[in-house]
Design a protein around this ligand. Structure first.
Ligand SMILES: Cc1ncc(COP(=O)(O)O)c(C=O)c1O
Length: 374
């Protein structure tokens, strides 16, 4: 649009945009390197380096009718997920990634004045979504050892509390919480407790079976991590039967899942052998990477039940190290909020063996070039 043509009227977005959005922080990637590096190794978003089952790739190519909407209630997709998870399709809501399912959940539960309990450091999207819907994200921080503060969570729940969100295993710390601790939160909380199991396939553990005993539990999962389908955007939630009549009213048409993503997800779920092999490979590579990192002086990878590692570095602030790695084309994450207690850490996704080797070599070189921490 030409800049030389003067606008004929005025428009003041601040007047129309909901107040809850005005002060919402941006959810972005860390700063881009000053110059585009010669090669890029993306280990910052916990993606699978291997991609989906070849059957999923073929299924995407075979989607014929791009002019037609997918099934309105995404039934075949929900059925395939139900079969995979061992739950009735009637209790599943799918979405364009788990982010979209979380959004649907907030739309269902949170309005101005409501509270949702989170335990930071955790997945940042929770706070943004709660605040974006006019609610307050009440933080009951993880303990020093990254365990859940169960008494703190229970004490924080009040009449306005609509939701407790637990990320298990937790992102970015990588640890699994004690199952009894989670069960106590579910058992002693009247509101919905949603457990984000985005990384469950790597952990080999789930709280899904607790749904048989507790009517206020939801389990949230994604095809982005174990199935290598982050680009297709498919996530899902398994919800209490009693919530489904309400959820069906807010579930987006077609679940917001495209025909291509639907085909990919169904084909991927049917290729359990491929998914199992990839998960096993990533876990083995994670342990190898941890061993290599432990050989660097002062570097401490923390135990992980996911496809990433949180790594303590022998520096007070890992931010400059992460930026220098980005300048060298190796992208990892830093969590700069001092309240999280992770200033000296970086988070690295498990890549291919070659990616991991380059990361270790570049990290060793960057740390070697720095003064050791006092
Ligand atoms: C804990 C957690 N939940 C949800 C998501 C979002 O997953 P999706 O790609 O399905 O939106 C992520 C992605 O990194 C995550 O780490």
């Amino acid at each position: 649009m030409s800049q030389s043509v003067a606008l004929r009227t005025t428009f003041d977005p601040a007047k129309y945009v909901r107040p809850a959005i005005h002060h919402l922080p941006l959810y972005t990637r860390d700063g881009a390197p000053t110059e585009k590096p010669a090669r890029e190794i993306r280990l910052d978003w916990n993606e699978s380096p291997y991609g989906p089952s070849p059957n999923a790739v073929a299924a995407i190519a075979n989607v014929a009718a791009h002019n037609r909407y997918p099934e309105f209630d995404a039934w075949k997709l929900r059925e395939a997920i139900g079969h995979y998870a061992g739950v009735p399709a009637e209790r599943i809501v799918a979405g364009a990634g788990l982010d979209n399912v979380l959004e649907t959940l907030m739309y269902l539960l949170i309005e101005t004045g409501d509270r949702a309990i989170i335990s930071e450091p955790t997945f940042m999207v929770y706070e943004l979504l709660v605040r974006g819907h006019g609610g307050t994200a009440v933080n009951v921080p993880l303990r020093q050892d990254f365990s859940l503060d169960v008494p703190g969570i229970l004490a924080a729940v009040d009449e306005q509390t609509k939701l407790v969100l637990i990320c298990n295993p937790n992102n970015p710390t990588g640890n699994l919480f004690d199952r009894a601790a989670i069960e106590r939160v579910v058992a002693e909380t009247p509101c919905l407790v949603a457990i984000d199991e985005a990384y469950a396939e790597f952990a080999g553990e789930s709280c899904l079976d607790l749904m048989a005993e507790y009517p206020n539990l939801a389990i949230l999962r994604t095809m982005s991590k174990f199935a290598g389908l982050a680009g297709m955007r498919v996530g899902y939630g398994i919800f209490p039967e009693s919530l489904m009549p309400y959820l069906l009213r807010v579930m987006p048409g077609f679940c917001n899942v495209s025909a291509a993503a639907t085909a990919a997800a169904i084909a991927s779920l049917q290729d359990a052998d491929y998914n199992r092999a990839i998960v096993a490979r990533i876990i083995a590579d994670r342990e190898n990477l941890a061993d290599q990192l432990r050989e660097l002086p002062g570097v401490e990878p923390l135990p992980s039940a996911t496809n990433f590692l949180l790594v303590r570095l022998p520096v007070a602030d890992a931010g400059p190290v992460v930026r220098e790695l980005a300048n060298r084309g190796v992208f990892v994450r830093h969590f700069g909020n001092p309240a999280f207690g992770l200033l000296d850490c970086l988070r690295v996704s498990i890549g291919t063996i070659e990616d991991n080797e380059i990361f270790v070599a570049e990290l060793a070189s960057v740390l070697g070039a720095r003064e050791p921490a006092a």
